[in-house]
Design a protein around this ligand. Structure first.
Ligand SMILES: NC(=O)c1ccc[n+]([C@@H]2O[C@H](COP(=O)([O-])OP(=O)(O)OC[C@H]3O[C@@H](n4cnc5c(N)ncnc54)[C@H](OP(=O)(O)O)[C@@H]3O)[C@@H](O)[C@H]2O)c1
Length: 316
């Protein structure tokens, strides 16, 4: 039987958790072995992880007993919540609590909690530069995560708080890639002004998390922010132009216009980009690219990520 320490990975079939599972399995001498959590062990993605060598187990964050079972016997856990599966900050907070409680009950030695800022610390609800959403949030999918940091603290479970950031993969899976306008030209549209956007390739989040697990107990209680590069949207458009061999413009829109786009989550994302834009320095300061590279020597900047991923970006 394997003597390796088990890391329970939530969201294992998704971007962040998948990266954690693959990072552990890619290191043949790892002291760890991943336990991949999914709601459906028969899905293609779950089978892919099993074929790579992961233990695959069924659990649903909506069912705390299943979460407890997934944590049993684990040394570590990668905990991430799934806002876009339900659009509910309250449900996200409940998911975080289910994982913190289960980790505590199982005596897990090292949790990494994938979190983001509670934006209300810098933009209180009475600040009308951006609308309050769902009655008590500015950026619901950030705020519920930031608020849940306290849940992990209160649980007493040894935790590292991992501040993630904007995935460049949103160009592939979230419709944020270049689109051809009525003028026939390609453009990316962001409400970021001239500010730098802290971005990262999603796969690098998992690799950084693995670096944190390897560092072990010295990381407990710390907040670690990561990014692959802080880069303006104009510079991203330049890089895109180069790989496409045709001009890609940066279509700079105000956050209020982005909020009005009407797709599910547009207001949340409009507020998020406004926060990214207006607090770009504070945001970048918390995300040290050099340190992220120390955790994950393969960390990519935007140009490197683009080279590997350009063929996956749908050009609309
Ligand atoms: N996109 C970005 O730029 C960005 C940046 C920073 C943070 N985030 C945050 O990242 C989080 C999502 O992580 P991701 O991008 O890695 O996910 P993802 O790629 O969208 O994959 C979703 C994952 O959620 C799992 N899942 C959904 N509901 C579940 C439940 N009830 N119980 C157990 N597992 C469940 C799915 O697993 P199964 O279907 O296999 O069960 C799947 O692995 C969101 O909260 C988002 O706010 C996103």
């Amino acid at each position: 039987m394997s003597q390796k320490k088990i890391i329970t990975v939530f969201g294992a079939t998704g971007a962040q958790g998948g990266g954690v599972v693959r990072a552990i399995l890619a290191d043949k001498n790892s002291e760890f072995t991943p336990r991949a959590v999914t709601r459906d062990i028969n899905s293609d993605k779950a089978k892919e992880l099993a074929a790579l060598g992961a233990e695959v187990v069924q659990a649903d964050l909506a069912h705390p007993e299943s979460v407890k079972k997934a944590m049993e016997g684990a040394y570590g856990a990668y905990c991430v919540t799934f806002f876009w599966a339900h659009f509910s900050p309250e449900q996200e907070a409940a998911e975080a609590k289910a994982m913190a409680d289960a980790a505590k009950a199982a005596g897990v030695k090292h949790v990494i909690w994938s979190t983001l800022e509670d934006t209300r610390k810098l933009v209180p609800l009475h600040d009308d530069r951006m609308p309050t959403l769902m009655e008590k949030y500015k950026v619901p999918h950030f705020d519920a995560k930031g608020e849940s940091d306290q849940v992990f603290r209160d649980s007493g479970v040894p935790t590292t708080y991992l501040l993630t950031t904007f995935y460049w993969d949103n160009m592939i899976y979230f419709g944020m890639g270049p689109k051809r306008g009525e003028d026939g030209e390609l453009a990316i549209t962001f409400p970021m002004g001239d500010a730098k956007l802290s971005g990262i390739g999603a796969e690098d989040i998992g690799k950084c998390a693995y670096g944190i697990f390897k560092k072990g107990s010295s990381m407990i209680g710390k907040t670690i922010g990561i990014a692959g590069e802080h880069i303006s949207c104009a510079d991203m458009a330049e890089e895109l132009s180069e790989v496409y061999g045709e001009k890609v413009k940066y279509n700079m829109v105000p956050p209020a216009v982005f909020r009005s786009f009407g797709f599910p989550g547009a207001e949340d994302l409009g507020n998020m980009f406004q926060y990214y834009q207006e607090f770009a320095d504070e945001f970048a300061e918390l995300r040290d690219v050099e340190y992220a590279k120390e955790l994950n020597p393969e960390l990519q900047n935007f140009k490197e990520w683009l080279k590997d991923n350009v063929s996956k970006i749908p050009v609309g």
